[in-house]
Write a new protein. Structure first.
Length: 89
């Protein structure tokens, strides 16, 4: 099982101005999975490498940043230019 740092997900998500529903959609995960990964709900099942890669891509960070094996940099908190959005999230 892959160990993640829940606080990092929340910190980066909030710095980027992304809500849980939008992050879930961007990473092809459910809102409940995002809540569990952020530590708001008890974790059930395993956090897979695929989930880590999708979450890192959605947040525009290196996967190591989310597993706490890589340092956080100022760039990890910079706003990411957003493309057109549906406006619902």
């Amino acid at each position: 099982m892959i160990a993640i740092e829940p606080g990092r997900i929340t910190e980066i998500r909030k710095a980027r101005g992304i809500g849980r529903p939008k992050l879930a959609k961007m990473a092809s995960l459910t809102e409940r999975q995002i809540s569990r990964l952020e530590g708001a709900l008890p974790m059930k099942g395993e956090f897979t490498q695929d989930m880590l890669l999708r979450l890192a891509a959605a947040l525009h960070v290196r996967p190591e940043v989310l597993t706490d094996t890589g340092p956080l940099t100022d760039a990890d908190f910079d706003a990411v230019p957003q493309g057109k959005s549906c406006g619902c999230c």
